[in-house]
Design a protein around this ligand. Structure first.
Ligand code: FPP
Length: 246
């Protein structure tokens, strides 16, 4: 299986999965978290380089307090429980998003997990937590403005390459493949800048039903795509004269 360099996943449909089974939405998140860790471990085992999971968006705070608390509790539980799995699988752990707004215990565990896995050389796993693509772009813009004001860069230095360096995700390559589950076809404020040339794969299943075979289907589908990055494929040459005489 030929692998993309960076796969990002929008894990969607936990609530609907639970509701379709007449359960509370939180059951979907509990099952969804288990699925996430299963996919992480499998991705490490197949030597994927980068995996980013959209785990909590800046907009998710508007959910009922009990649901937000459960999501934070799940993060805490799994960060504690799965740390050794990350270490044993040579995974380094990273986050993007504004972690300072997360509960103190979550912040502490995120730092601890990042620190303890920082020398691992296998899968680079990134959780997008309290992440929003628009906010990331606004923060980059503010920091570029400050850098110009302090004369550490000039306006003429601004380029796509420079802008990317000011994004929080600067340590990551742009995602080659973005998978979204639950048959919704939108970005939901995820990787707005980074997804400019990403390939998208939409899976009908709700996230709690997603498994590694579905992941492999996504990779196989990706491998059939022709990525042109705005360019064109090799075309038979077209004489200008023929074109004009038509
Ligand atoms: C979308 O389902 C999922 C989320 C809002 C967060 C993703 C969270 C998890 C998979 C669980 C925690 C993760 C880890 C890694 C510990 P939804 O609630 O929007 O579903 P719906 O669209 O059916 O309502």
């Amino acid at each position: 299986m030929q692998l993309p360099n960076h796969v990002a996943i929008i894990m969607d449909g936990n609530g609907r999965w639970a509701n379709s089974r007449k359960h509370n939405r939180v059951f979907g998140h509990i099952r969804g978290a288990k699925v996430a860790y299963d996919i992480i471990e499998k991705c490490a085992q197949i030597n994927l380089k980068h995996l980013t999971l959209y785990a909590f968006s800046t907009e998710n705070w508007s959910r009922p307090k009990t649901e937000v608390s459960l999501l934070m509790a799940l993060l805490i539980k799994h960060l504690k429980k799965e740390k050794n799995k990350l270490i044993n699988n040579n995974i380094s752990f990273h986050t993007i998003g504004d972690s300072l707004e997360l509960p103190a215990e979550v912040q502490a565990l995120l730092s601890e997990t990042s620190e303890e896995t920082k020398n691992n050389t296998g899968l680079k796993l990134t959780f997008a937590l309290n992440y929003g693509g628009r906010q990331e772009i606004i923060n980059a813009t503010k920091n570029i403005y400050k850098a110009i004001k302090s004369k550490s860069i000039a306006e003429s230095d601004i380029s796509e390459e420079l802008f990317e360096k000011f994004l929080q995700s600067a340590f990551l390559p742009n995602p080659d493949l973005i998978i979204r589950t639950s048959n919704e076809k939108r970005l939901s404020n995820f990787f707005l800048w980074q997804a400019a040339y990403s390939e998208f794969y939409f899976c009908d299943k709700f996230w709690p039903d997603f498994n590694f075979s579905d992941f492999e289907l996504a990779i196989n589908d990706y491998n059939k795509r022709q990525r042109r990055f705005g360019n064109i494929e090799n075309q038979p040459s077209l004489s200008q004269n023929n074109f004009i005489s038509e």
